[in-house]
Design a protein around this ligand. Structure first.
Ligand SMILES: NC(=O)c1ccc[n+]([C@@H]2O[C@H](COP(=O)([O-])OP(=O)(O)OC[C@H]3O[C@@H](n4cnc5c(N)ncnc54)[C@H](OP(=O)(O)O)[C@@H]3O)[C@@H](O)[C@H]2O)c1
Length: 287
């Protein structure tokens, strides 16, 4: 595969994102990492260069909770680089037991796990379309099967907020949006850009550590942690989707352990998929 393919990974200051960035830098990709804290991200960038021996590693800063910051992240990327081969929307996570909104008025779980990848992808589609093998990889979760319980009249859970439901819903909608985009790209004649989603497994990272889900869930999380995968193991399916020739022409699918899996169909309908896509579009129009 082309040695100078460029990859942009969000949330690459730790956990699965960082493990992915290190592995791709070792394989001589040009790696652009994203983080929200400048000092931390710059330090990780230098660490990745040292660990990989690859000096083509760079970083971009931005808080993905805020759509206005995402616009700046995309703008910076486009100003610096002329093309993008692989976009990995990895940043995300579970929020705390009390519902919170961003300063732009969005529920925080849906903002970072769904609206951020939606907007960043839309803004970077132009540079992705220049690639002869463009790949968008959206990190979802099996929480879409375990915890999702969407209310289609209240997508941001103003009434019955629960952090696990909010997270499961956002990861379910991320799968639907990815299917939707995959189809749209084909219809628009951009079969050179694929979009897929995955569940990385239960991975021992900072995920959920500061979420304060409430006593019982915090306790269960700590109890299960020794049995979790390492971040490097958690990165394997992302790396497979980013680099393997086997998946070059596969788009709109959900993966686990490097295999296509049927995502939960419990709440699925074409109408609901369209409703979520339109919600994201409308949300973007309001900022
Ligand atoms: N770990 C698991 O068991 C598991 C299971 C299923 C799915 N996932 C998914 O895997 C992905 C990676 O998670 P992880 O396990 O590696 O967790 P992690 O260690 O908490 O890493 C998450 C990354 O996202 C960044 N991030 C979070 N909120 C952000 C925001 N508002 N703006 C910018 N960056 C933000 C974090 O930046 P900071 O360093 O600044 O906090 C960090 O780099 C997530 O999408 C998660 O939902 C994880």
């Amino acid at each position: 595969m082309n040695k100078q393919r460029t990859v942009f990974i969000t949330g690459a200051t730790g956990g699965i994102g960082k493990a992915t960035a290190v592995a791709l830098a070792k394989q001589n990709y040009r790696v652009v990492i994203h983080g929200r804290n400048k000092e931390k991200t710059a330090t990780v960038c230098e660490e990745i260069k040292r660990l990989s021996g690859n000096d083509k590693v760079d970083f971009i800063i931005g808080d993905l909770l805020l759509m206005n910051e995402i616009k700046k992240v995309a703008q910076t990327y486009i100003e610096r680089y002329d093309r993008l081969d692989i976009l990995i929307n990895n940043a995300g996570g579970i929020m705390s037991k009390d519902r919170k909104e961003t300063t732009e008025g969005m529920e925080t779980t849906i903002a970072v796990n769904l609206l951020a990848p939606f907007l960043l992808t839309e803004l970077l589609l132009g540079v992705l379309k220049k690639s002869d093998d463009g790949r968008i990889i959206n990190v979802s979760s099996n929480s879409h099967q375990l915890n999702a319980k969407p209310d289609f009249d209240d997508l941001e859970l103003k009434n019955n907020y629960n952090p696990l439901t909010a997270y499961g819903n956002a990861k379910l909608f991320l799968i639907w949006n990815s299917q939707h985009l995959a189809e749209k790209l084909i219809q628009d004649g951009y079969g050179n850009v694929a979009v897929n989603t995955l569940h990385p497994g239960a991975v021992a990272t900072n995920f959920g550590i500061n979420s304060n889900l409430g006593g019982l869930l915090n306790f269960l999380g700590k109890l299960a942690r020794p049995f979790f995968k390492t971040p490097e193991q958690g990165a394997t399916t992302i790396l497979y989707l980013a680099t393997s020739e086997d998946v070059k022409s596969i788009s709109g699918k959900y993966f686990e352990n490097k295999k296509i899996k049927t995502a939960s169909q419990k709440y699925y309908s074409k109408k609901n998929e369209q409703l979520v896509w339109d919600y994201c579009k409308n949300r973007m129009n309001k900022i």
